[in-house]
Write a protein of this length. Structure first.
Length: 325
């Protein structure tokens, strides 16, 4: 049987040739459409029951996750939300109560983030529940932060903490291991998996100082590799600098192999960014209430990313990031 393409290879081979200039060769988190004097940012993500969330997750949480993963893309582009389109494919076992709770959670987040529903489509499916959201935003003053702007000498920074969501998924799949953690750590990791925290408050700082940015959705290791390759630069990062929460450290202390899960597992929805002046960007982020940690720098050499352990030795992983294929 012939080997199948990876997700990135599939997009590059079949869909990137269809993209117009606004699609940015499908190499970024979003498209950029010039509309009069404005720059409209468009992004879309789908989540599927059994793949991106558990079928028995609370419907309000499912709705919030569907919207927030898209808002995370806007944040990484330095954009402010304008509104969203919703397509939902409901399986045969849907109920009025489930849809009511889903709509309530979606409405609360739409109000909180200033991102109203603009339209969409509602259909039936014999397969799993599938939700697709397209979010529209605006890049104020035309300042769109692409993936492709990283320059040699830039600092590489990441917001928040890494790996919590991936470890939360481990706990969902392994209740026995979950019970070995303290209740506070267990709840923190499970919550980070269930509910992303889009860093929209960081958008103004990124517009002002970042040379490149993307959200960490598929794993820090693989996503830094993507950013470096699109920017045609090398990147060097130190594993010891990667910010980990106390809950993640507790889980990794119980099973050190989980460090690899934390840095490659995805679902962080933190912001990975580069800047010529990393200290200035970190200071602006702090004023916005978001912690930024410098984990490395952009370097010369072949495009791609290298992660170093505490001895300065490159570390390789069998799988750098989550992929659907």
């Amino acid at each position: 049987m012939p080997s199948r393409l990876t997700e990135d290879e599939l997009i590059a081979k079949f869909f990137a040739p269809l993209a117009g200039p606004a699609g940015l060769k499908l190499a970024d988190d979003a498209a950029l459409l010039p509309v009069g004097n404005a720059k409209i940012v468009a992004t879309a993500d789908a989540i599927v029951a059994g793949v991106h969330f558990f079928p028995d997750d609370p419907p309000a949480a499912v709705a919030r996750k569907a919207l927030r993963v898209n808002l995370s893309d806007l944040a990484a582009k330095g954009a402010e939300p304008l509104g969203f389109l919703l397509t939902i494919a409901l399986p045969p076992d849907w109920t009025d109560d489930w849809v009511a709770a889903f709509a309530a959670g979606l409405g609360e987040d739409a109000k909180h983030y200033g991102c109203p529903l603009l339209g969409g489509d509602t259909v039936a499916t014999p397969g799993p529940l599938t939700i697709s959201i397209t979010v529209l935003g605006e890049a104020p003053k035309g300042r769109f932060v692409s993936r492709a702007g990283a320059k040699i000498g830039d600092a590489v920074l990441v917001s928040g903490t890494i790996g919590d969501a991936a470890l939360g998924l481990v706990l969902r799949r392994d209740p026995a291991f979950a019970r070995r953690l303290s209740p506070a750590s267990r709840n923190e990791l499970l919550d980070r998996y269930l509910l992303p925290r889009p860093r929209l408050s960081l958008a103004p700082a990124l517009r002002g100082a970042a040379s490149a940015a993307m959200d960490v959705s598929d794993g820090l290791v693989g996503d830094l590799e993507k950013l470096a390759r699109v920017s045609d630069v090398g990147a060097r990062a130190e594993l010891d600098r990667i910010p980990l929460s106390a809950a993640a450290r507790e889980a990794i202390a119980l099973d050190p192999a989980l460090l690899a899960t934390a840095v490659t597992g995805g679902d962080d929805y933190e912001i990975l960014c580069c800047a010529a002046d990393g200290a200035a960007l970190s200071a602006a982020a702090k004023e916005a209430g978001v912690a930024l940690t410098r984990i490395g720098e952009i370097v010369g050499g072949p495009p791609g990313a290298v992660f170093l352990d505490g001895h300065g030795t490159p570390v390789s992983y069998g799988k750098n990031s989550f992929s659907h294929f």
